[in-house]
Design a protein around this ligand. Structure first.
Ligand code: ZN
Length: 240
């Protein structure tokens, strides 16, 4: 197996690492049973008139809020998902003082559920929802049981704290991510094909010793990586 040698090398890198950063994408969550809402699949088109990319745009949120929240409740909330071996291993490395942050494109809060403390959420989180008028906070559970267009006590509309298509990433979050990547000695990229910009461009700030890529399929970064591991990230991380 090609992976066996790569895993041995990875283990040596981990044992010497002091400031690892994990940069993760949808593949980390799909192994916990959360579908990648950015990839179109048949299930969506059976129940909705628009593709997910359209429904998750800011224009759609403004113009078709009822349909937006129907999609939000059905497809983005209410998964009884648990952290998998990859989430748990990352929390463990942080606790051991080897890993300084997880940077994620996922919005499900599973890293925190596994015990990770420093999690930079590039695309926000469905666990946070805010009134557009008074900023009152609402939980995912509240959103799930609300009907139609969720309203705050003040009458304002409650918006998920999620970066929709057409919306920019939060500047402070981006700066935080850049600083952590620039300061890292090891950067592990996992569960992402690195096609979602501008998030994917962040890894250009890395100037540490080892770039590690863990993914099911080949990625454009593989040729620049010091270690490439192909397969299930949960299985690979649990073997470490
Ligand atoms: Zn309000």
């Amino acid at each position: 197996m090609e992976n066996k040698k790569a895993i041995e090398k990875f283990e040596k890198v981990i044992s010497e690492a002091k400031r690892m950063i994990f940069f993760g994408g949808a593949g980390v969550s799909t192994e916990s049973g959360i579908p990648d809402f950015r990839s179109v699949d048949g299930l969506y088109s059976q129940k909705f008139d628009y593709p997910p990319e359209t429904m998750l745009s800011y224009t759609f949120y403004r113009n078709h809020p009822e349909e937006f929240f129907r999609f939000y409740r059905e497809k983005m909330l209410g998964y009884d998902a648990k952290p998998n071996a990859a989430h748990r291993k990352l929390a463990e490395w942080e606790q051991q003082g080897k890993l300084t942050a997880v940077i994620t494109q996922n919005i499900d809060g599973l890293h925190q559920a596994a015990g990770s403390k420093k999690v930079i959420e590039l695309h926000g989180s469905v666990l946070r929802n805010y009134c557009e008028k008074c900023r009152e906070f609402y939980t995912a559970e509240h959103m799930l049981v609300s009907e139609g267009i969720p309203q705050c006590k003040c009458g304002g509309r409650v918006k998920p704290d999620v970066v929709l298509y057409e919306e920019g990433l939060d500047q402070n979050t981006l700066t935080d991510a850049v600083n952590h990547i620039a300061d890292a000695d090891v950067l592990i990229i996992g569960g992402t094909s690195l096609v979602v910009y501008p998030a994917a461009g962040l890894i250009d700030y890395f100037r540490g010793d080892y770039l590690v890529v863990v993914n099911r399929d080949p990625t454009p970064r593989d040729k620049h990586a010091d270690i490439v591991l192909q397969g299930s990230i949960g299985e690979i991380f649990s073997s470490l």
